[in-house]
Design a protein around this ligand. Structure first.
Ligand SMILES: [Zn+2]
Length: 169
């Protein structure tokens, strides 16, 4: 029997702009999931581990980690990994995405004790990932992008702030 490792979570339909209490709850959940995903990062060359978690309109959450390669250019970022997983399961819209990243030794607390934290600066999505996010805008027309160092220490942006002048056809 096939077992899926990334079971969709059961959540109420999500509208980050209409329900601020939901927004905080969802933000915390996405950060938590991103930290969990970060533990799966395959980054033997940079030792910089990244996790990402995104939520789609149905409430499903998809996660990803960075996956490096000996041929460096083949490396994929955590954000695009999560997005491609969602898209490959039929999703076409992203409401919000959380990203946590830091060097291997910046893993101060474990996932189990619920006090995740990474040292150093926030891990911002690279330009390529920002462009890929822009391909899958939700009905609101913008995506919330959360960069976090812990559950309480995060910054919230709109994708339109991080990627002005997006390329489109
Ligand atoms: Zn990237």
């Amino acid at each position: 029997m096939i077992k899926y490792t990334n079971q969709p979570k059961e959540l109420e339909p999500y509208n980050i702009q209409e329900d601020l209490s939901m927004k905080e709850e969802i933000t915390a959940l996405l950060i938590k999931e991103a930290f969990k995903a970060r533990k799966m990062a395959y980054a033997p060359y940079s030792n910089y581990l990244v996790g990402a978690a995104l939520i789609v309109p149905s409430g499903n959450i998809y996660t990803g980690c960075n996956v490096e390669n000996a041929s460096y250019g083949l490396t994929i970022c955590a954000e695009r990994n999560a997005i491609f997983k969602a898209v490959s399961e039929g999703q076409r819209h992203i409401n919000a995405i959380a990203i946590v990243g830091g060097a291997l030794d910046a893993n101060i607390a474990s996932v189990e004790d619920d006090s995740f934290i990474v040292d150093g600066d926030y891990a911002y999505p690279c330009g390529a990932c920002r462009q890929v996010m822009a391909e899958f805008l939700p009905e609101s027309g913008d995506i919330d992008v959360i960069v976090a160092r812990s559950l309480d220490d995060y910054k919230l942006y709109k994708l339109s702030e991080l990627l002005p002048g997006v390329f489109s056809i």
